[in-house]
Design a protein around this ligand. Structure first.
Ligand SMILES: Nc1ncnc2c1ncn2[C@@H]1O[C@H](COP(=O)(O)OP(=O)(O)OP(=O)(O)O)[C@@H](O)[C@H]1O
Length: 309
């Protein structure tokens, strides 16, 4: 991707396909419309965040892109390959870390990654080196010989990352990679994702509830609510757009009085700098808390506590 986000041509001069393209994608579970007409393009090499509260449709969307769910209406393409018609071609390009535990507690870290290397057809003679590289990329070389059941939650998440990386994916998809982790472990997971991205140029598509993480680590984000994308852009552009909307909606602020208290000045600066969560609340509207979980809904945290326990 060029600095302005435009696509570079391929060596033969043709347009470079987006990493992911969804057009009018719709997926229902019976009466429940989980993904409701999504249009989305993820550019090669970017870290793209899919944000939204519980039930927004993030996991369903991700699973359609991975080909784990069919595409009943609309289209999904991964690097130009149609997910409905070229499932194996799409799968060969992907690494996927689901919400559910994908590491085996009774195997060592190295054995877990080696298992994925076999499943993903990494050539036999390259396996040992590729496994070692994947473990090194997530900082688990020292712990590679220990059983995964002795790992902390953050180490397990990094092990799952290594499992997904061992096939050298062009598109890495992570479903809530840091939920339930403490701030230090969260930072560590993100630093490893970013280092691999910088070294390989892979595209990263990540779902998260954590607006602060998305703000810090994602190049662009899509805010999803009740199956639809409500806003899409860089975190800075989305915040700036909200600030502009707020300015337009409010009467001009009077000049600062010489006697203004610190508290009132702090409140002015909060008004001037909206967060990504403010953007979400603005675009999702007042139904956010009634019709779905809040951003840190206990359900997911419990599910993860169970997952790593
Ligand atoms: N297997 C299923 N059967 C029936 N309904 C489902 C199923 N999976 C998801 N849903 C419903 O589809 C909608 C979207 O769920 P989805 O899991 O995609 O949302 P999400 O944004 O990933 O939520 P979370 O943050 O909790 O993972 C929700 O209303 C959910 O209840």
């Amino acid at each position: 991707m060029t600095s302005d986000g435009a696509h570079r041509p391929t060596p033969d001069g043709g347009p470079r396909p987006d990493a992911v393209t969804c057009r009018a994608l719709r997926y229902s579970f019976g009466e429940t419309v989980a993904v409701d007409g999504v249009d989305l393009s993820v550019r090669p090499g970017e870290v793209f965040g899919l944000l939204g509260p519980n039930g927004a449709g993030k996991t369903t969307l991700i699973r359609c892109i991975t080909t784990l769910l069919p595409v009943p209406a609309g289209t999904v393409r991964v690097y130009g390959h149609d997910a409905a018609k070229e499932r194996m071609a799409v799968r060969r390009l992907l690494g996927y870390v689901p919400q559910q535990l994908s590491a085996d507690a009774g195997l060592t870290g190295r054995e877990n990654v080696a298992l994925f290397a076999r499943v993903f057809d990494v050539p036999r003679r390259e396996r040992a080196e590729r496994v070692a590289q994947a473990l090194a990329a997530v900082g688990l070389t020292e712990a590679a010989g220990r059983l995964a059941k002795t790992y902390s939650g953050g180490m397990i998440r990094r092990l799952e990352l290594a499992q997904a990386l061992v096939s050298a994916p062009r598109l890495l998809m992570l479903d809530e990679p840091t939920i339930g982790l403490d701030p230090i472990a969260r930072t560590s997971v993100w630093e490893h994702i970013n280092a691999v991205r910088a070294a390989t140029g892979m595209t990263v598509l990540v779902t998260t509830h954590y607006m602060d993480e998305a703000d810090q680590y994602c190049d662009r984000v899509a805010l999803m609510h009740l199956g639809r994308i409500r806003a899409l852009g860089t975190p800075d552009d989305l915040k700036e757009a909200l600030r502009t909307r707020r300015r337009a909606a409010h009467t001009p602020t009077p000049p600062i009085e010489p006697t203004a208290s610190l508290a009132s000045l702090a409140s002015r600066s909060a008004d001037a700098a909206p967060t990504l969560e403010d953007v979400f609340r603005d675009v999702a509207g007042s139904g956010l808390d009634e019709r779905s979980g809040d951003f840190r809904d206990v359900r997911s945290t419990r599910r993860t506590a169970h997952r790593v326990g």
